[in-house]
Design a binder for this molecule. Structure first.
Ligand SMILES: [Zn+2]
Length: 176
Protein backbone atom coordinates (compact mmCIF):
# COMPACT_ATOMS: atom_id res chain seq x y z
CA UNK A 1 0.00 0.00 0.00
CA UNK A 2 1.44 3.37 -0.86
CA UNK A 3 -1.42 5.87 -0.57
CA UNK A 4 -3.32 6.85 2.54
CA UNK A 5 -6.80 5.31 2.78
CA UNK A 6 -7.86 8.29 4.85
CA UNK A 7 -6.61 11.29 2.84
CA UNK A 8 -4.95 9.91 -0.33
CA UNK A 9 -1.46 11.27 0.46
CA UNK A 10 1.56 9.05 -0.22
CA UNK A 11 2.47 6.97 2.83
CA UNK A 12 5.90 6.30 4.34
CA UNK A 13 7.19 3.09 5.90
CA UNK A 14 8.25 3.80 9.47
CA UNK A 15 7.97 2.57 13.03
CA UNK A 16 5.31 4.67 14.78
CA UNK A 17 6.00 6.06 18.26
CA UNK A 18 5.46 3.43 20.98
CA UNK A 19 5.40 0.69 18.33
CA UNK A 20 7.99 -1.93 17.36
CA UNK A 21 7.04 -2.77 13.77
CA UNK A 22 7.36 -1.02 10.43
CA UNK A 23 4.00 0.32 9.23
CA UNK A 24 2.77 2.43 6.37
CA UNK A 25 2.23 5.82 8.00
CA UNK A 26 0.68 8.91 6.42
CA UNK A 27 2.88 11.98 6.94
CA UNK A 28 -0.08 14.20 6.01
CA UNK A 29 -2.79 13.08 8.45
CA UNK A 30 -0.91 10.64 10.70
CA UNK A 31 -3.08 7.64 9.81
CA UNK A 32 -1.33 4.32 10.53
CA UNK A 33 -2.14 1.44 8.20
CA UNK A 34 -2.11 -1.66 10.40
CA UNK A 35 -2.04 -4.93 8.50
CA UNK A 36 -3.17 -8.04 10.33
CA UNK A 37 -3.75 -11.68 9.43
CA UNK A 38 -6.84 -12.64 7.49
CA UNK A 39 -9.14 -15.50 8.41
CA UNK A 40 -10.19 -18.11 5.88
CA UNK A 41 -13.17 -20.33 6.69
CA UNK A 42 -13.75 -23.68 5.09
CA UNK A 43 -15.63 -26.94 5.47
CA UNK A 44 -14.79 -30.60 5.35
CA UNK A 45 -18.11 -31.85 4.04
CA UNK A 46 -18.91 -35.54 4.45
CA UNK A 47 -21.57 -37.60 2.70
CA UNK A 48 -21.80 -41.36 3.10
CA UNK A 49 -18.10 -41.82 3.96
CA UNK A 50 -17.01 -39.55 1.11
CA UNK A 51 -15.63 -36.01 1.20
CA UNK A 52 -16.69 -33.13 -1.01
CA UNK A 53 -13.94 -31.38 -2.97
CA UNK A 54 -14.13 -28.52 -5.47
CA UNK A 55 -11.94 -28.10 -8.53
CA UNK A 56 -10.81 -24.48 -8.58
CA UNK A 57 -11.91 -22.26 -11.47
CA UNK A 58 -9.73 -19.39 -10.18
CA UNK A 59 -6.08 -18.66 -9.56
CA UNK A 60 -4.08 -19.46 -7.57
CA UNK A 61 -4.04 -23.22 -8.15
CA UNK A 62 -6.53 -23.24 -11.02
CA UNK A 63 -7.69 -26.79 -11.76
CA UNK A 64 -6.57 -28.17 -8.39
CA UNK A 65 -8.90 -29.66 -5.79
CA UNK A 66 -9.75 -27.84 -2.61
CA UNK A 67 -12.19 -27.74 0.28
CA UNK A 68 -14.93 -25.13 -0.09
CA UNK A 69 -13.33 -22.16 1.69
CA UNK A 70 -12.78 -18.43 1.46
CA UNK A 71 -12.20 -15.17 3.31
CA UNK A 72 -14.36 -14.51 6.32
CA UNK A 73 -16.65 -11.49 5.90
CA UNK A 74 -17.29 -8.76 8.45
CA UNK A 75 -20.37 -9.47 10.53
CA UNK A 76 -20.29 -13.25 10.31
CA UNK A 77 -18.95 -16.00 12.55
CA UNK A 78 -16.35 -18.49 11.29
CA UNK A 79 -19.06 -21.16 11.12
CA UNK A 80 -21.30 -18.90 9.06
CA UNK A 81 -18.37 -18.17 6.78
CA UNK A 82 -17.76 -21.89 6.25
CA UNK A 83 -21.45 -22.47 5.47
CA UNK A 84 -21.57 -19.50 3.09
CA UNK A 85 -18.46 -20.59 1.22
CA UNK A 86 -19.81 -24.13 0.91
CA UNK A 87 -23.01 -22.76 -0.59
CA UNK A 88 -21.15 -20.40 -2.94
CA UNK A 89 -18.46 -22.77 -4.18
CA UNK A 90 -20.18 -26.16 -4.01
CA UNK A 91 -23.84 -25.11 -4.05
CA UNK A 92 -24.24 -27.33 -1.02
CA UNK A 93 -25.80 -26.95 2.41
CA UNK A 94 -23.54 -28.24 5.16
CA UNK A 95 -24.67 -29.11 8.68
CA UNK A 96 -21.63 -28.25 10.76
CA UNK A 97 -20.65 -30.47 13.65
CA UNK A 98 -17.41 -29.04 14.99
CA UNK A 99 -14.34 -26.90 14.43
CA UNK A 100 -11.87 -29.49 13.20
CA UNK A 101 -8.60 -27.91 12.00
CA UNK A 102 -7.02 -24.55 12.67
CA UNK A 103 -3.93 -23.61 10.67
CA UNK A 104 -1.61 -20.70 11.35
CA UNK A 105 0.11 -19.63 8.14
CA UNK A 106 2.40 -16.87 9.45
CA UNK A 107 4.50 -16.36 6.31
CA UNK A 108 1.45 -15.10 4.40
CA UNK A 109 -0.47 -13.74 7.39
CA UNK A 110 -3.44 -16.09 7.27
CA UNK A 111 -5.43 -18.34 9.57
CA UNK A 112 -7.45 -21.20 8.10
CA UNK A 113 -10.34 -22.56 10.09
CA UNK A 114 -11.90 -25.80 8.87
CA UNK A 115 -15.19 -27.10 10.23
CA UNK A 116 -16.36 -30.67 9.82
CA UNK A 117 -19.94 -31.36 8.87
CA UNK A 118 -22.31 -33.39 6.76
CA UNK A 119 -23.89 -32.60 3.46
CA UNK A 120 -27.61 -31.99 3.58
CA UNK A 121 -29.62 -34.12 1.12
CA UNK A 122 -26.49 -35.25 -0.70
CA UNK A 123 -26.99 -32.35 -3.12
CA UNK A 124 -24.14 -30.25 -4.49
CA UNK A 125 -23.07 -28.41 -7.61
CA UNK A 126 -20.44 -25.99 -8.88
CA UNK A 127 -20.47 -22.26 -8.13
CA UNK A 128 -18.71 -19.70 -10.32
CA UNK A 129 -15.32 -20.21 -8.64
CA UNK A 130 -15.56 -23.98 -9.19
CA UNK A 131 -15.08 -26.05 -12.34
CA UNK A 132 -16.72 -29.11 -10.79
CA UNK A 133 -17.46 -30.61 -7.39
CA UNK A 134 -17.17 -34.26 -6.54
CA UNK A 135 -17.45 -36.68 -3.64
CA UNK A 136 -14.30 -38.73 -3.11
CA UNK A 137 -13.81 -41.89 -1.10
CA UNK A 138 -10.45 -42.25 0.64
CA UNK A 139 -8.87 -44.28 -2.18
CA UNK A 140 -10.08 -41.81 -4.83
CA UNK A 141 -8.48 -38.68 -3.32
CA UNK A 142 -6.26 -36.98 -5.95
CA UNK A 143 -3.36 -36.44 -3.51
CA UNK A 144 -1.09 -34.95 -6.19
CA UNK A 145 -3.74 -32.52 -7.39
CA UNK A 146 -4.70 -30.87 -4.09
CA UNK A 147 -4.54 -27.08 -4.10
CA UNK A 148 -2.97 -26.32 -0.71
CA UNK A 149 -1.02 -28.01 2.12
CA UNK A 150 -3.95 -27.29 4.48
CA UNK A 151 -6.29 -29.34 2.26
CA UNK A 152 -3.91 -32.28 2.23
CA UNK A 153 -3.38 -32.09 5.98
CA UNK A 154 -7.12 -31.86 6.74
CA UNK A 155 -7.85 -34.93 4.63
CA UNK A 156 -5.00 -36.85 6.26
CA UNK A 157 -6.32 -35.98 9.72
CA UNK A 158 -9.82 -37.00 8.75
CA UNK A 159 -8.98 -40.40 7.31
CA UNK A 160 -6.71 -41.08 10.25
CA UNK A 161 -9.20 -39.95 12.92
CA UNK A 162 -11.98 -41.87 11.24
CA UNK A 163 -10.28 -45.15 12.18
CA UNK A 164 -10.97 -44.44 15.85
CA UNK A 165 -14.06 -42.24 15.35
CA UNK A 166 -12.39 -39.56 17.47
CA UNK A 167 -12.07 -36.11 15.91
CA UNK A 168 -10.07 -33.77 18.14
CA UNK A 169 -9.29 -30.22 17.09
CA UNK A 170 -5.99 -30.09 15.19
CA UNK A 171 -4.01 -26.88 15.70
CA UNK A 172 -1.08 -26.69 13.33
CA UNK A 173 1.37 -24.23 11.82
CA UNK A 174 2.04 -24.35 8.09
CA UNK A 175 5.60 -23.21 7.40
CA UNK A 176 6.83 -21.69 4.21
ZN1 LIG B 1 -3.46 10.50 5.34
Amino acid sequence: MSYCLQCGHKTKKEIPTDDTKLRQVCPQCGYIHYENPKVICGALVIWQEKVLLCKRAIEPRYGYWTLPAGYMELGETMAQGAQRETLEEAEAVVNLEQLYCLYDVPHIGQIYSVFKGTLENGKFGAGIETLESRLFSEDEIPWDELAFPSVKSTLQHYFNDRKTLSFPLHLQTIEQ
